[in-house]
Design a protein around this ligand. Sequence first.
Ligand code: HXC
Length: 260
Amino acid sequence: QTYQNILIEKKGEKQNVGLITLNRPKALNALCGPLVSEVIEALQEFDKDDSIAAIVLTGSEKAFAAGADIKEMMNNSYSHNHKHGFIENWSYITKCKKPLIAAVNGYALGGGCELAMMCDIIYAGDTAKFGQPEITIGTIPGGGGTQRIARSCGKSKAMEICLTGDQFTAQEAEKMGLVSKVFPADQTVAEAIKLAEKIGRHSPLITKLCKEAVNVAFETSLQEGLRFEKSYFWGTFATADQKEGMAAFAGKRKPNFKNE
Ligand code: HXC
């Protein structure tokens, strides 16, 4: 498979980390239609590949992504957007069952910030700049910005970010809970790969169930979420990997998970 706008590699000591690098430097990785389609295809390939435990998505040191491609969409009409479901396919990114980690350096603006927020965990370099500048160009966030910032950082931050369009730093993003850790920029990707490797030591099956359970927290009421969690928790006891994990603990040895 050859891609025009992204690079694909396998990383980590066990080559079990899928790395997707956005690679459209001339436009600061602006998320044109073909680029997003390639990201979705690469994610689906890694999701199917049993040798891959987790996936890291990154850009360049200058830009994770500077947003949706403004020049591509500027002349779209409302009816065109509606008829063709403009950017609706982005939601496939959130359908990935394996852990997906964003390693953000440089600009993560508009759709770039939204793409990072579609990932499960965000690691940022200390020079990263986040923001939802859509309001400054006469539109609003359309890839989940208004909803995901509100859910992860609360109303006041979400309103401030979306209504001003101001950029904010990696350190601010960490303080508000949008980003889980900040690293020197040249170490962000390596740290994200290390995190993917650490997650990759667990049962792949149980990891997917756990990811799905956490995601339910953003979809439903607390009571429903707790019910979902309980049924998956109980369900893990029907897996070989739960038996192996607990037997390994009791036997003071390392578990050998089978993804079953
Ligand atoms: C298309 C873009 C782009 C974008 C940058 N470029 N961002 N092209 N869409 N979002 C292009 C520029 O046109 C330029 O091309 C080249 O990349 C380099 O950008 P410069 O502006 O010259 O670089 P710099 O001066 O360093 O400024 C960096 C920047 C600025 C601050 C990130 O590029 C910028 O403000 N970009 C737009 C950010 C934005 O508004 N994003 C939100 C988009 S709306 P040329 O050919 O001139 O060299 C959005 C909607 C999301 O994302 C909803 C759906 C998901």
